[in-house]
Design a protein around this ligand. Structure first.
Ligand code: SAM
Length: 311
């Protein structure tokens, strides 16, 4: 089980007030509930895809996590002659770097609306890759098709963690590598989700929160005895903005799920203003930069490299 302290932190951050609990699909952690029902699951997929297609994900990625795709590709030792699948690839943060390393790379994601920006970025890097619409919980690839399967802050967003882990392992060849970058529950991401949670609809039953993927214990449980080695290293990276106000505006303009939350409040100007205040409070409180600026946000993540058993 994930550490109790980490879960308590997610829970505490997600609650909106006494007697009210509007945890988002990013924050519900009741593992005892039934798996997501089929209809609710389909609706959730459609809503998730629509949310990630909003805004300008590529601009967001370039201003925040873009340097980390290369970190993941290096950690996995990706090289020429390998076939690599990047799951929940967005605009190709890791997949483009895998292609630059000479690999035959496939970028897959639930939201193909972002592929065009990815294609342009790949062209700028002088590489070509394949772009495939795919749900991380049901990958449309054959068993053992890839030497390396990666996900950079992506597969963590699918609600059924076990299904994702099973699929990433299934499409990886025996002896192959699984690599992930996952936010940790103790890190800044829980404050971020906590600020947004009161403004999001309640999650479907059984959905698990993304930061659980940053728990070493949760990873061990998900992968079970199917890997012969599992390296997990806690690291940090820093996002910067001119000011806390500008940091909030970056999310409002470019980060699909946040753009979607604001759109859902279009007829509720008071709640939209409250979200503005809560987001600014989060961005001001967690700014670790100097008073003269720029604003800095230090996120902890888990770098995961696992080797699938050879047989
Ligand atoms: C924070 S972005 C990360 C994208 C990219 N890996 C990167 O490093 O920039 C999360 C991505 O997960 C994708 N995603 C969310 N749920 C998914 C699912 N169930 N299956 C596949 N992709 C999903 C979103 O469309 C989005 O592109």
């Amino acid at each position: 089980m994930i550490g109790a302290a980490a879960l308590a932190r997610i829970d505490e951050l997600a609650k909106t007030g006494p007697g009210e609990d509007r945890r988002s699909d990013m924050t519900n952690h009741d593992e005892t509930e039934a798996p997501v029902a089929a209809d609710a699951g389909r609706e959730l997929k459609a809503a998730t895809r629509a949310a990630w297609a909003l805004g300008d994900y590529h601009r967001f990625a370039k201003e925040t996590i873009w340097e980390l795709g290369e970190v993941l590709v290096r950690a996995c030792g990706i090289s020429a002659d390998q076939r690599v699948l990047d799951v929940a690839a967005g605009t190709g943060n890791a997949a483009i770097r895998a292609a630059e390393a000479g690999a035959e790379a496939v970028a897959s994601d639930l939201a193909p609306e972002n592929f065009e920006a990815g294609r342009r970025e790949a062209e700028a890097h002088g590489v070509e890759l394949e772009w495939v619409e795919a749900d991380a919980e049901a990958l449309p690839f054959a068993d053992g098709e890839f030497d390396v399967v990666t996900s950079s802050f992506g597969a963590i967003f699918a609600p059924d963690h076990q299904a994702v882990a099973d699929e990433m392992l299934r499409v990886c060849r025996p002896g192959g590598t699984i690599g992930m970058l996952n936010f940790t529950p103790e890190g800044l991401i829980s404050d971020f989700f906590g600020a947004l949670a009161p403004y999001m609809p309640p999650p479907p039953p059984g959905a698990l929160p993304p930061p659980m993927w940053g728990s070493e214990e949760h990873l061990r449980e998900l992968l079970g005895g199917r890997v012969e080695s599992l390296e997990m290293t806690r690291r940090h990276y820093v996002e910067t903005a001119t000011s806390p106000h500008d940091y909030r505006e970056l999310f409002k303009q470019t980060f699909g799920p946040v753009v979607g939350i604001y759109a859902s409040l279009a007829d509720e100007p008071e709640r939209a203003a409250a979200l503005d205040r809560d987001f600014l409070e989060f961005a001001t409180r967690t700014n670790s930069g100097s008073p003269e600026g720029p604003a800095e946000y230090r996120y902890e993540y888990l770098l995961v490299v696992a080797r699938k058993r050879a047989s």
